[in-house]
Design a protein around this ligand. Structure first.
Ligand SMILES: N[C@@H](CCC(=O)N[C@@H](CS)C(=O)NCC(=O)O)C(=O)O
Length: 202
């Protein structure tokens, strides 16, 4: 398998899962500008990462890639064991993808919404407020639990990676003790450390 990634961006979610599963893979770094080259657009017409190549298959969209990997390797135990558990995993996976990740896109790309610095500032402030609210929901979910659904899953990798972005953006989440414990536990996780090392992030 080959994973195309942009350092520190959302493909890290997939890379952590590949490490947790112990699968052999090649990680290929792509510069942001190269995402819009014809060669890359042939892989993903949206011009974004992740792209995962498995034989003849060219996969995009983090949630689809993660579901593909767990269907391929159910023995890794990173999805729920039954329909109720799997639905819970999907619930938090989609929360990470559609709520947290999407909201971060505004924080990282405020300049794409307006050229006016005053409007950008309003967008950034409102988005930061929204993210603090969303992490409050995560913190509640983590009460009395080490993992989002009680046992390690693909959703944990996604929530963790967005937590790294929160650190980069200096979003103050220090009052969310369950989230802080979760982040620290995952900082020390061997699979997480291997993925971070391979991307040159530690
Ligand atoms: N919906 C896609 C979003 C992918 C995405 O936003 N990728 C970002 C990195 S996190 C990207 O490649 N950005 C580069 C760009 O848009 O120029 C997914 O879930 O995989």
């Amino acid at each position: 398998m080959k994973l195309y990634y942009l350092k520190g961006a959302c493909p890290l979610v997939t890379q952590i899962v590949l490490e947790w599963m112990g699968l052999p893979y090649e990680a290929e770094s792509v510069e942001r500008d190269a995402l819009k080259n014809p060669e890359f657009l042939a892989l993903n017409p949206v011009g974004s990462v992740p792209v995962l190549i498995d034989g003849d298959l060219v996969l995009t969209q983090t949630v689809a890639i993660l579901e593909y990997l767990t269907e391929l390797h159910p023995d890794a135990g990173l999805h729920g064991a039954d329909i109720v558990e799997r639905t819970e995993v999907r619930r938090w996976l989609n929360f990470a993808n559609s709520d947290l990740h999407r909201t971060f896109s505004i924080l990282f790309g405020a300049q794409t919404y307006s050229d006016d610095p005053a409007i950008q500032k309003v967008l950034i402030d409102k988005t930061a407020e929204r993210l603090r609210f969303l992490y409050g929901v995560i913190d509640k979910q983590l009460e009395g639990k080490d993992w989002m659904t009680g046992r390690r899953s693909i959703a944990d990798s996604y929530v963790y990676v967005t937590g790294l972005w929160a650190r980069v953006k200096e979003l103050d989440l220090s009052n969310l003790q369950n989230l802080q414990r979760f982040m620290q536990r995952l900082d020390a996780d061997p699979g997480v450390q291997a993925a971070l090392k391979k991307q040159g992030l530690i």
